[in-house]
Design a protein around this ligand. Structure first.
Ligand code: KG4
Ligand code: ZN
Length: 344
């Protein structure tokens, strides 16, 4: 018997995940928590020509490649579509036109095969990525969420129940990386380019420590972003020399150290033994090292999704799909795409 047939049980369904909320067209197949395939076709190189994601270009790119992404995912998993138990697809948040491509494709496939459709909140997908990294992972645990649209610390009580302990009051961490990247004239995507530049610099530029209004487990990135902009403008106006690499390094420290500190506080307060993380910013090498060091010194187990499962992907959507399948939560075929969904 094949591995897939052996893996499949009512608790370990075979799920096709589809993600198309921004510029990645992604499809993946999982069986329970076992990843069978993971395909991504990105329009990022085209978007980079315009300095950011152009929604219309993203929608058209999804339309061009969605069939190919899904076919490749089924083929490399060695799964026939008739073997699928459900189709899990991102229905929000994201770019409406882009979401509609994946959602419509997912609906048609589920309807044609007579299997359930599971609409997935993209952010819950990011939170579910950790389950693929460690098949033994069980709540309770603390999760650090840091993406282009969200920054939050959550307490996972069960697979389904997440409590937001705190979140950003203004910009998200990823958004701040992208805005600072523009000030430093770095190309899209901003986050990885700041990380690369920061490796060549030192954190010597004095930047404000995030505090005012951002007590508890809340964050505030707009003050930090403005401080970087002011620093650069001031230096340029006075025609004084300055180092973009030192600014990148200083910003990266100021933006990320606070996340690690607050995660440690939350894990101690909630008396959990495990910390997880999700979202594009968690792909940052400096943040991963600092989280690893903190968890080692404080005695927490750290479950970090691999980098390709931190940025947008379909494996995480399938993972959240499996959780909802086990809970018996399915979506009607009338499900619509949502540009914005509250965090919880
Ligand atoms: O999770 P994600 O791929 O998309 C959203 O759901 O928002 O996150 C994208 C964000 C962008 O703001 C991007 O600049 C940031 O994650 N990001 C990074 C890194 N890779 C992606 N930020 C810092 N360092 C990175 N290596
Ligand atoms: Zn995302």
């Amino acid at each position: 018997m094949s591995d897939i047939v052996l893996c499949k049980t009512p608790k370990n369904p075979i799920i096709l995940g589809i993600e198309s909320s921004c510029d990645e067209t992604a499809a993946a197949v999982i069986c329970g928590r076992k990843l069978l395939s993971d395909e991504i076709i990105s329009s990022a190189p085209t978007q980079a020509l315009y300095g950011g994601v152009v929604p219309e270009i993203a929608s058209r790119a999804h339309t061009d490649v969605i069939d190919e992404a899904v076919s490749r995912a089924l083929k490399s998993a060695g799964v026939k579509k008739e073997q699928l138990d459900a189709v899990a697809v991102t229905y929000g948040a994201g770019l409406l036109g882009a979401l509609l491509v994946g959602l419509s494709f997912g609906k048609a496939l589920a309807y044609g095969l007579g299997i359930p459709l599971i609409g997935v909140n993209h952010i819950r997908g990011h939170l579910a990525a950790a389950y693929l990294e460690d098949e033994t992972l069980e709540p309770p645990f603390i999760t650090l969420l840091a993406s282009g649209g969200h920054t939050a610390i959550l307490y996972a009580k069960s697979e389904m129940e997440q409590q937001v302990l705190g979140s950003t009051l203004d910009d998200a961490a990823g958004e701040a990386f992208d805005k600072v990247a523009r000030v430093l004239s770095l190309p899209y995507p901003g986050g990885p380019n700041i990380e690369a530049l920061a490796r060549e610099g030192k954190p010597t530029v004095p930047l404000p420590v995030m505090l005012k209004g951002a007590g508890g487990y809340n964050f505030s990135y707009s003050g930090l972003k403005t401080a970087v902009i002011n620093y650069v403008h001031h230096k340029e106006q006075k025609k004084e020399p300055w180092s973009p690499a030192d600014v990148a390094s200083s910003f990266q420290h100021a933006a990320l150290d606070i996340l690690v500190k607050k995660v440690a506080e939350a894990a101690h307060e909630k008396k959990v033994g495990t910390v997880t993380a999700g979202g594009g910013v968690i792909a940052n090498g400096y943040l991963r090292e600092e989280l690893t060091k903190m968890c080692a010194s404080e005695g927490f187990k750290l479950v970090l999704p691999e980098k390709k499962h931190c940025t947008d992907n379909a494996a995480m959507i399938a993972s959240e799909g499996a959780i909802r399948y086990r809970a018996g939560i399915f979506s009607p075929l009338t499900l619509n795409a949502e540009a914005y969904i509250p965090l919880m």
